[in-house]
Design a protein around this ligand. Structure first.
Ligand code: HEC
Ligand code: HEC
Length: 375
């Protein structure tokens, strides 16, 4: 049971599959592997050999999401380097095929990915489906999209409305820390959670598991995770970069610094709410989408993408139940979703500007003691 919880959490928060734990051991966790290539850090990487070692697991997650399988579909548990399973051998060929398609047709841009064909299944479907409702020809809706982008207000205006809805720029600028406590629902169980955030993109999330604490931390430039009976691990740098908006306490004031460009996209509907959508672009590529309620101005969703060598992994955070606290509004419910998981955080108590020592966010050298890390 504890193992299952730790596994679920690690898939969502720690971003490392449990299968990786046993055999990665010391190689990938306790030594800084960022500078190494995948071939140097792992035992049997042939196709992805030149990628930075810390991008291998994000690439594996991309495969897992695209095919709708678990790590064990291809891997022998506890011996990830082994090539015994046929799907693993097929996957290598598929990586080469995919690189070839993109090289020959798309100037090596990541246009065709595993998901282009697989779409959540190990067996792609080659015959068009007959669905209950006939297909709407795409040309029509695409034209509609262009027209609605033209009607959307400028991104700056949407963000300004959000700032006002939260309590105003002056009030936001005064926040230096935020401490929230509540519960997180993991595999149907409610566990106590505390999230401590500080300006400078610092955040520590502590989940109290029956057998100890699970920690996820960002210290401004890098990130790490720890869980009971597990070594401390680095969060891949691509994931740290992508998580920036989530850990930024003054997000709406910092939007322009976080992205090279922000621009409106076509409005979308989430549930029964009409939203304006703002894109955060980096180097001409869509890095994140922000969905703002047309009426209230609140941020309802962040959909952000983590780059990997095979394609981009999406993370979606939904914000709901906005309440007042010290003259500011704060969402009391968060839903964190990835293609194969969903966690709901219900906040019960929020405080601003509690003094917090930077040491809380620093990667511990060895196993952390619960005392030092409970906010
Ligand atoms: C569809 C098949 C497939 C799935 C699913 C998959 N992998 Fe892999 N994995 C591979 C292939 C193929 C390689 C070797 C890549 C290469 O040679 O470039 C590999 C290599 C690895 C390695 C390097 C092992 C070594 O020492 O050589 C690790 C670690 C790894 N995968 C972890 C994972 C994790 C964790 C998951 C689940 C999140 C996962 N994989 C899911 C196909 C898969
Ligand atoms: C251009 C389309 C396309 C792309 C891109 C693609 N695949 Fe495939 N893949 C297929 C087809 C078609 C099959 C054969 C399915 C069958 O036998 O029914 C297949 C089969 C597989 C299988 C064997 C499944 C099984 O259990 O029989 C694996 C594993 C696989 N692909 C992994 C990948 C991975 C990983 C990627 C991305 C690196 C990828 N594929 C990209 C089309 C694609």
């Amino acid at each position: 049971m504890h193992r299952e919880l730790v596994y679920r959490l690690s898939m969502v928060l720690a971003l490392v599959g449990s299968a990786a734990e046993s055999s990665l051991g010391q190689t990938a966790s306790t030594s800084p592997v960022k500078a190494k290539t995948a071939a140097e850090a792992y035992q049997n990487v042939q196709v992805l050999k030149d990628i930075p070692a810390d991008q291998l697991v994000p690439a594996m997650q991309f495969i897992t999401y695209s095919l709708g399988v678990e790590c064990s579909y291809c891997h022998v548990e506890g011996a990830l380097e082994k090539d015994e399973k046929k799907p693993k051998q097929t996957a290598r060929k598929m990586m080469q095929m995919m690189a070839g398609i993109n090289r020959d047709n798309f100037e090596s841009k990541q246009m065709v990915t595993c998901n282009s064909c697989h779409r959540g299944s190990p067996r792609p479907i080659s015959i068009p489906m007959i669905a209950d409702a006939p297909l709407i020809p795409v040309s029509e809706s695409a034209r509609g999209d262009e027209a609605s982008v033209a009607n959307a207000p400028p991104a700056e205006q949407i963000i300004e409305k959000y700032v006002d809805a939260l309590g105003g720029a002056a009030a936001l600028a005064k926040i230096s820390t935020r401490q929230v406590k509540g519960t997180i629902n993991v595999s149907g169980r409610n566990l106590p959670i505390e999230i401590l955030t500080k300006v400078g993109a610092k955040q520590l999330t502590v989940i109290h598991l029956p057998n100890g604490d699970s920690l996820t931390a960002y210290d401004g430039t890098s990130g790490w995770t720890a869980a009971p009976n597990r070594p401390v691990r680095d969060i891949p740098s691509v994931e740290v970069a992508s998580a920036q908006p989530e850990v930024d306490l003054r997000l709406p004031l910092d939007m322009k610094q976080l992205f090279s460009e922000i621009k409106p996209l076509a409005p979308e509907t989430i549930g029964n709410r009409q939203t304006y959508v703002v894109a955060g672009m980096n180097s001409g590529e869509l890095a994140a989408k922000f969905y703002f309620d047309k009426d209230t101005g609140y941020l309802l969703r962040i959909l952000r993408y983590t780059k990997s060598p095979l394609g981009r992994n999406p993370t979606q955070i939904d914000y709901a139940d906005y309440r007042s606290q010290d003259g500011l509004k704060i969402p009391f419910q968060l839903t964190i979703a990835r293609p194969n998981s969903r966690l709901i955080v219900q906040i019960e108590d929020a405080k601003f500007n509690v003094p917090v020592d930077d040491a809380k966010f620093t990667r511990p050298a060895s196993e952390p003691t619960p005392d030092r890390h409970s906010p």
